[in-house]
Ligand binder design. Sequence first.
Ligand code: NAD
Length: 429
Amino acid sequence: MSNDGTFNPFEMARSQFDKVADVIGLDQGARDLLRSPLREYHFSIPVRMDNGTVEVFKGFRVQHNDARGPGKGGIRFHPQETIDTVRALSMWMTWKCAVADIPLGGAKGGVICDPHNLSAREQEGICRGWVRQLARNVGPVADVPAPDVMTSPQHMLWMLDEYEQIAGGHYPGMITGKPVGMGGSLGRTEATGYGVIFCLREALAELDLKAEDTTASVQGFGNVAQYAIELYCQMGGTVVCVSSWDQEEQTTYAFHKASGIDLEELKGITNRFGGIDKAKAKDLGYDVIPGDDWINREVDILLPAALEHQITDQNVGRISDRVKIIAEGANGPTTPEADAVIQERGIFMIPDFLANAGGVTCSYFEQVQCNMNYFWERDDVLTRLDKKMTAAYHSISELASKQKMYMRDAAYVVAINKVASACRDRGWV
Ligand code: NAD
């Protein structure tokens, strides 16, 4: 928490880092370097709106560390975006790329805006303006953006087009998450959600549980949540609850069905922002409950896949005794205070920068394919993704069980050691 009592994700990312830096006895130079981003850009994006007026949007790009390769990280469009959120997310990207063992560093970007209230043309203006401000500081060998919360393949293509207009050539590896057929990779859309479930599959095996004997409750019903649910259900699991943000009422709702949700049926009544239609859900037999009731369901698995700061000291006590695994699809959903309680209760944690590393791993595959100008089949992409995620999972779970360490701490140890040694090898610290 900040001094004023508000949640500050960057302080949380730092406190997680400090805890592990102490455990591994990280030297002061490396500690100082890795506690802060290498670079950050703050800029204004003027956009001519449909009504003829000009609106100026605030944009950010933070490059936390690029010792292991070009920066990598999404761009979020969010009305409550803050620089400290972007800083925290860029730091988590550094750890995520290290854990996934891909040769990329950590970065993140954002724009304070609400796409719900912007036309496609206005959003295109923001995308092109973002690139105009940053064309010298991003690119295939420097920093490679990607989609994230409320940004899409179309946004990425506008950004690529602007970059190529400025650079005067074709540079499809400048950005990932592009539409398939325009430099995008097959499998990217499902990669993050599937990656969460590849990890979950390994955790279930480790805990001697069968997917078909388990139930799950999911926070969120967007890209990550939907594909995670798809694969988990294919493995035989049952999802009894999902939740989503209600734009009209500016609050969240849980959608519960004890016999298990029907993914396709729910997708049919969900808008492009992952918001589920409450009235239609009621007609389909769902209990529609206001608030964060997804968290207190009697299930084996909790899957937060909406946004940061969702499992806190305020609601962690409502997690049922039955819960055995939490797989963090979202970035930073659990605060350190709640994390301590989860650790104490012995719930098996698959931490965010391992669990949701499928997206960045597939983004890396996209870059490789763009550089070769040769594109792989979907099955080929997903098989490679499974191999990478499974290897990443085991590199952490083996350390965790050998050292009797909490999974999040083990993931941090692996990541920080890798990044610190890259900085040392380069002679930075
Ligand atoms: P999305 O915009 O597609 O979906 C977000 C979902 O969360 C929507 O269903 C929305 O209704 C819901 N939501 C928003 N606020 C909520 C709240 N307060 N309570 C309950 N539900 C709420 O986003 P996404 O791409 O699925 O990303 C979800 C999370 O996963 C984010 O933390 C993101 O940073 C992280 N992530 C995404 C990717 C990716 O490839 N998309 C990769 C890594 C991490």
